[in-house]
Design a binder for this molecule. Structure first.
Ligand SMILES: Nc1ncnc2c1ncn2[C@@H]1O[C@H](COP(=O)(O)OP(=O)(O)OP(=O)(O)O)[C@@H](O)[C@H]1O
Length: 280
């Protein structure tokens, strides 16, 4: 069993503060799920610089939780706080990147990135500077004038990430953003996202089905069980401190031990509701 550092000590260590807090969240969708809540009394704090990966079996409520964090879905009970204020709807503080890019197909990549800035009434010269900065950050300078259909899947996802980053949200929620990509592109995107996070230190909440992806990306890993949807693991990922290459990390004993532990915990979803390594 892996026991993580208590939240307070962790926050102090990282000189972080809580950005988003979920308090006693439960969610029911009408009478489905045999009367059980989709989400059951979820309490969670995300810090300003967190990189949190959420794992769990299909249908356990991961996207529902993300929708509540994004302000798209109202919880049945409980509340969401951002910067200690109630969060009741979509907000510029929270950006979302979905599994399939949602770029406007009729706009060039630079216009797509500029769109949110226009909505925020950013001046033309500042928009130009920011578009150029974010294109550069995701390595798409030479694709600025292209339309989305002219880009590969990985490039489109990088453009989506740039568009979200450009509006400067405090948190970015990602719902399986790389799952539609081929293995090699996916690995490149993981490395790229980690570099982006190191540069921007935005709070990232990342849903994935892929345990290895969570181990390579997350500073912190959550596992949800289903029926009812609960967070049963909240783990500081020791691998995030490693400076070795991805390949070296993947071949380490700690990686394979953690991988085994997480897969077993996810498999046990229906049988077990014990809370492991909770730090909140
Ligand atoms: N709008 C809705 N109305 C009714 N039921 C819903 C709605 N959205 C999701 N559900 C149900 O809630 C449960 C959780 O769905 P959710 O999409 O949050 O799970 P998930 O863990 O993200 O699944 P996956 O990993 O397969 O994407 C499922 O049983 C789903 O059928």
């Amino acid at each position: 069993m892996y026991v993580s550092t208590p939240a307070k000590a962790r926050s102090e260590m990282l000189n972080n503060r809580t950005l988003i807090e979920l308090k006693n969240i439960s969610l029911y969708y009408s009478n489905e799920n045999n009367g059980l809540p989709i989400l059951d009394n979820i309490n969670l704090q995300l810090d300003v610089n967190d990189f949190v990966c959420l794992l769990g079996p299909s249908g356990c409520g991961k996207s529902s939780l993300l929708n509540i964090l994004a302000g798209f879905q109202k919880p049945t009970t409980g509340e969401v706080m951002i910067n200690d204020k109630p969060h009741t709807g979509p907000s510029p503080n929270v950006g979302v990147v979905f599994q399939h890019h949602n770029l406007f197909p009729w706009m060039t990549i630079e216009k797509n990135i500029e769109f949110g800035l226009k909505m925020k009434s950013v001046s033309k010269s500042e928009r130009k500077r920011l578009v150029s900065y974010y294109l550069n950050l995701v390595g798409l300078e030479s694709s600025a004038k292209m339309l989305p259909y002219q880009l590969s899947g990985g490039m489109k996802q990088r453009a989506s990430i740039a568009r979200t980053l450009a509006t400067d949200p405090q948190a970015i929620l990602m719902d399986e953003p790389f799952s539609a990509l081929d293995a090699l592109t996916r690995e490149n995107m993981q490395i790229h996202l980690l570099e982006l996070w190191k540069k921007t230190r935005k709070c990232i909440f990342f849903i994935t089905h892929d345990v290895e992806e969570a181990l390579l990306l997350g500073k912190r890993i959550l596992v949800m069980h289903s029926k009812p949807g609960r967070i049963v693991v909240d783990l500081q990922n020791p691998l995030s401190q490693y400076s070795q290459s991805v390949q070296e990390i993947k071949h380490s004993k700690e990686f394979s031990d953690l991988r085994y532990y997480l897969i077993s915990t996810i498999r046990n979803s229906k049988a077990n509701n014990t809370v492991f390594g909770m730090n909140h």
